[in-house]
Design a protein around this ligand. Structure first.
Ligand SMILES: [Ca+2]
Length: 496
């Protein structure tokens, strides 16, 4: 005889199975769905799953990802700013293979395949929601850089460096003299071959989540690859829903309004460029408030990630979906992000610019609750997803390896303008100088020990903050790493 408890359990199991079968995406060949969550400019200290996170941080939904999977304490991007980093991430290759200047705008060559293209060929249905940014050909539909032209079946978002968090209506686009006046954008979002506008009181992070959930709930006859690329927590950081501003006790700042916008930094009166210039630097907003805005923005982002995870669970998809979470570069010196204990931040090759929050979960396949301390790269995302989907990679110019099998002897290299860096084992050699974009860095920025292009050598195992330059005392180690860097360049430059 079954007791009440057993009966109840049976009912729960049967209903779970019933709903699971009726709702889940058809997945007979056991290829996992893949959800790639890319966030923007999140600080190394601003990720609660890391043991030494900043104490005022609360990211419970990022914690859920970490508890369900593995977090990487030494995950590197291929560049310290958005566009080149995303080019590296989406292709599994150091973008300076083809972008010889190692610039802000690498673009995406026709012959360099993206994760989306590999997965589409393998039978996936693919979508990108949010920011698409390869640094060139912004706001255009018929270019390689537009997501529909590099493997995505569906795109909703913007093709630029930034977008106003509030202003997505046609009305504002009609009234502003420069809707595309800077690398930032306002007005309707791009959706496939057209535009989609929203009321100006709908918040962009919420819009992306709502659309992502709609996508997760849609009927599909194949496993899906969804890239959800939030522009949070990129500036303009102060634009956050009121309830979060209340929580962090900071007064709202008015939205952009063409009729009342004064000139700023030589930008035309009334222009969005003037507003963007004014509020993307310290000055109009002071450090303490900038940190509060940042925390409010991050809190909202975390809640939205929670809604996506809930939707996956509700759809019965959580057990068969690989989730990768990553920030595209380190915390910005201009937004109140914190990267402690790492030096500097976005814009330079100090650890604070290129070491980022990253996590992966895949129930039953990736260890839950694990902290991986071996160093990895965002170029590893493509091979990891490919392996999971059973795709055999034959392209020898891919720089990444499977995230689940990190290799502490590998050579990682970076080129960024006239600066470069190389890591092998615990050692990092770099000529990086100091860069923080514009204006001045925030109080939370940790000033690096050098601001010129001299060679610096660090042992990152006991000096992650790069405080102790060993270049003069260890010339042989300098030579070894310099050779490793030069060899990589010689073997790989212009090959892609
Ligand atoms: Ca970024």
């Amino acid at each position: 005889m079954m007791n009440q408890f057993t009966k109840l359990l049976l009912v729960i199991i049967l209903s779970a199975n019933f709903f699971g079968c009726s709702q889940k995406t058809s997945n007979q060949n056991e290829k996992p769905n893949v959800l790639l969550i890319i966030v923007d400019d999140q600080g190394y200290a601003d990720f609660e799953p890391f043991e030494n996170h900043s104490p005022e941080i609360s990211t419970p939904n990022m914690n859920r990802l970490a508890e369900a999977g593995t977090v990487f304490t030494e995950a590197y991007t291929t560049a310290p700013v958005c566009s080149p980093s995303r080019a590296g991430l989406m292709t599994g290759k150091n973008q300076f293979r083809w972008d010889e200047k190692a610039s802000w705008g690498p673009g995406l060559p026709d012959n360099v395949k993206t994760i989306a293209e590999y997965l589409k060929e393998a039978g996936y249905t693919t979508a990108r929601i949010g920011k698409a940014d390869f640094g060139t050909n912004y706001h255009k539909f018929d270019v390689r850089e537009y997501p529909l032209n590099h493997g995505y079946d569906y795109f909703l978002g913007f093709s630029a460096h930034a977008h106003d968090y509030w202003l997505t209506s046609e009305e504002i686009a009609d009234r502003t003299p420069d809707p595309n006046g800077t690398s930032a954008h306002l007005g309707p979002l791009m959706e496939n071959k057209g535009y989609k506008s929203y009321p100006d009181d709908e918040y962009l992070t919420d819009i992306f989540t709502n659309e992502a959930i709609k996508y997760l709930k849609s009927e599909k006859d194949a496993p899906f690859f969804l890239t959800l690329a939030y522009n949070s927590v990129h500036h303009i950081i102060h634009e956050v829903p009121q309830k979060y501003l209340d929580k962090y006790q900071v007064e709202p700042i008015h939205n952009y309004e063409p009729d009342s916008m004064e000139t700023f930094n030589n930008q035309k009166p009334g222009s969005y460029s003037a507003y963007y210039e004014k509020y993307t630097r310290l000055g109009a907003i002071q450090d303490e408030d900038m940190r509060k805005f940042y925390l409010a923005n991050l809190d909202c982002l975390d809640d939205n990630i929670g809604r996506v995870l809930d939707a996956l669970n509700e759809q019965g998809l959580d057990q068969e979906t690989m989730i990768i979470f990553v920030s595209d570069n380190g915390g910005s010196p201009l937004t109140g992000a914190k990267n402690a204990p790492l030096s500097a931040g976005k814009y330079s090759l100090w650890e604070g610019g290129i070491r980022v929050p990253m996590a992966i979960s895949w129930p039953g396949k990736v260890k839950a609750g694990k902290v991986e301390t071996n160093y990895v790269s965002t170029t590893d995302i493509l091979p990891t997803i490919s392996n999971a989907a059973g795709i055999e990679l034959t392209d020898e110019t891919i720089d990444g390896i499977d995230l689940l099998h990190p290799n502490q002897d590998r050579v990682l290299v970076w080129r960024w303008g006239n600066t470069w860096a190389v890591r092998k084992g615990n050692w990092k050699l770099t000529n990086t100088n100091e860069q923080w974009g514009k204006g001045r860095p925030s109080d939370f920025y940790i000033k690096p020990i050098s601001d010129d292009l001299s060679l610096k050598l660090f042992n990152l195992s006991d000096d992650p903050g790069e405080r102790d330059n060993l270049a003069l005392t260890m010339p042989e180690k300098v030579k070894e790493l310099e050779n490793a860097y030069n060899n990589w360049l010689e073997e790989n430059s212009r090959k892609y």
